[in-house]
Design a protein around this ligand. Structure first.
Ligand code: CTP
Ligand code: MG
Length: 241
């Protein structure tokens, strides 16, 4: 049995605002999707990667993964068209996995600087018997719950949430394959509705009533969402040189 990764790269990157899908945007000369795939390869525990891409960009992504391998490695890659929501894209990736895969990591191409140690930590926790595992970091901001805004746009605070009990969740998220397939099957009706689709896979597992476990994440596993995030990623890379 083996571990496979689904690398979600089918989003358009509206908030980043480039004239190409976010996964193709370059960071120090390397597209985000290639950087993210290399991080999975360096972890050493992933046997294959399925990349979900915009349906009209399949050829362009295939060209990035010449020979159907992660560049510079022997890790096999399959490119599949994604869906209208991240949830639908992951479902398309699940449908493309080989028979021998029993553990699945779902990772965002947008989290392209995720250290390999986070990948191995998540995979090891699944192999150790935790069937759904997410990496996460403590929350540093004070978080308040609010009610409906008044006419001026000011919203009343209804509670200050206990920060010690909160975590900001990252990827890769790791799952026993059968559990992740069951979770996606149960949530399938939500997949094509942007407002109801799950923003992470663990949420679908929670909806089944199954336990989800947290292991330490990493600040380099940040998601590149806005131009500010891309600028921060550049600073982090520069700090390495
Ligand atoms: N994703 C996907 N399929 C979709 C939407 C998103 O595979 N239909 C992927 C993105 O490519 C990204 C990850 O899910 O790697 C997280 O999504 P997000 O950061 O929201 O990326 P985009 O949807 O591309 O960005 P935006 O929401 O700003 O358009
Ligand atoms: Mg999005």
């Amino acid at each position: 049995m083996s571990t496979a990764a689904i690398l979600t790269a089918a989003g358009s990157g509206t908030r980043l605002g480039h004239d190409m899908p976010k996964a193709l945007v370059q960071l120090a000369g390397v597209p985000l999707v290639v950087r993210a795939a290399r991080g999975l390869a360096l972890a050493g525990c992933v046997g294959a990667v399925v990349v979900t891409v915009p349906a009209d960009e399949v050829r362009g992504f295939q060209a990035l993964f010449a020979g159907a391998r992660v560049p510079g490695t022997r890790l096999p890659v399959r490119i599949v068209p994604g869906g209208a929501t991240r949830q639908a894209s992951v479902a398309a990736g699940l449908a493309a996995l080989d028979d021998g895969v029993d553990v699945v990591l779902v990772h965002d191409a947008a989290r392209c600087l995720t250290p390999p140690e986070v990948v191995t930590r998540v995979e090891a926790a699944v192999r150790a018997g935790h069937r759904a595992v997410v990496p996460a970091l403590p929350v540093t901001d004070t978080i308040k719950a609010v009610g409906a805004p008044d006419g001026s746009g000011a919203a009343p605070v209804t509670a200050t949430v206990d920060r010690a009990a909160l975590r900001a969740v990252q990827t890769p998220q790791g799952f026993d394959r059968a559990l992740l397939e069951a979770a996606h099957a149960a949530g399938a009706a939500r997949a094509f509705d942007e407002a109801r689709a799950a923003s992470d896979d663990a949420g679908l597992v929670e909806a089944l009533g199954e336990a989800v476990w947290v292991v330490p994440g990493h600040d380099r596993a940040l998601k590149i969402t806005t131009p500010r995030d891309l600028a921060l990623a550049r600073v982090l890379l520069d700090g390495e040189r």
